[in-house]
Design a protein around this ligand. Structure first.
Ligand SMILES: Cc1cc2nc3c(=O)[nH]c(=O)nc-3n(C[C@H](O)[C@H](O)[C@H](O)COP(=O)(O)O)c2cc1C
Length: 287
């Protein structure tokens, strides 16, 4: 039996799944048996210390299960023992990480049907800067928006393409109630900081920013990008276009923006050195 830790798109590596191989057949197990447990582990638990100690557990590179055999770890039927150890260590890490990660917004399942016909949506896609209403989006809209931007629409593939299937982005949402990391697997938002941070979004030059309730922040990880920085610049276009199309379908306002304080945002979002804020995108209801 083989097993492999799968890394999520988040700021910190997290336990997401185990690819097991039994008698030559590989399956992606959605980890530790219960969805609730998966969410808890994927969302909050750092397994960096475990990775460090267990050098042979390799980070997930976006390969399909059939491609990972060479980097799998032989466990001699001890998968369950390992899972138990991981779960215990992750629980300890959760306690250690304190209140910044204590708040999770569980999102309703994204509604994957409906919306306006594509040709109407294309006809209505546009950038909006005026008339925003600074009211929080309801959770269903938030869930659908984030799923459109960067959710999974297959076991390990997303609503957007990426060069060499790098999947090198993390999507953060700056809401009125704080800054959150989108956990696409767990369908949740994990709080990373309190505050609204409009001052880091060039609100002095573009005051409409203050009236927008949701600012999506697209963070690329160059060490995950198999096509380097250029790949990141291309991949981000698909994410923002999906959001443009979702907004047009729902009659929301949106505008993608390159005006922001990248260093300031990196500090607030606690980004790693290899992570960069590539673009931000404002989304909200309009009068
Ligand atoms: C990479 C990129 C960066 C942009 N940055 C900003 C920005 O900082 N502020 C802004 O108001 N609009 C920004 N925009 C939006 C463009 O101004 C807008 O797409 C353009 O005026 C065309 O309008 P349309 O989107 O309604 O077709 C940006 C667009 C792109 C693609």
């Amino acid at each position: 039996m083989y097993a492999k830790i799968v890394q999520t798109e988040g700021n910190e590596p997290s336990l997401l799944g185990v690819i097991a191989e039994v008698q030559g057949k590989q399956t992606l197990k959605s980890t530790i048996h219960s969805k609730r447990c998966t969410k808890r582990l994927a969302g909050r638990c750092r397994i960096l210390p475990i990775n460090r100690r267990r050098e042979r557990i390799l980070p997930f590179c976006g390969n399909s299960p059939s491609q990972v055999k060479g980097s799998s770890l032989r466990l001699k039927n001890e998968v369950m023992n390992m899972m138990t150890r991981v779960a215990l260590a992750a629980f300890g890490a959760t306690l250690f990480m304190g209140s910044a990660f204590a708040q999770t917004i569980e999102l309703p399942a994204p509604s994957k049907t409906g919306g306006k016909p594509l040709m109407e949506v294309l006809n209505e896609r546009k950038s909006t800067r005026d008339g925003y209403v600074n009211e929080d989006l309801d959770l269903q809209t938030l869930s659908d928006l984030l799923w459109s931007a960067y959710g999974f629409n297959r076991v390990d593939k997303r609503t957007v393409p990426s060069a060499n299937d790098s999947q090198e982005f993390s999507v953060y949402a700056l809401l009125n109630k704080g800054a959150y990391l989108y956990d696409a697997r767990g369908n949740a938002l994990q709080k990373v900081a309190d505050g609204t941070y409009r001052d880091l979004l060039a609100n002095q030059k573009q005051p409409y920013v203050n009236d927008v309730p949701v600012h999506l922040v697209y963070v690329g990880n160059v060490s995950k990008s198999k096509a380097g920085r250029e790949g990141m610049l291309m991949d981000v276009g698909f994410i923002s276009q999906n959001v443009y199309l979702y907004a047009a379908s729902k009659g929301l306002g949106t505008v993608v923006r390159a005006s922001f304080d990248g260093r300031g945002l990196a500090k607030v979002l606690k980004l790693q050195p290899q992570q960069t804020v590539v673009l931000v995108q404002a989304v909200g209801r309009v009068k």
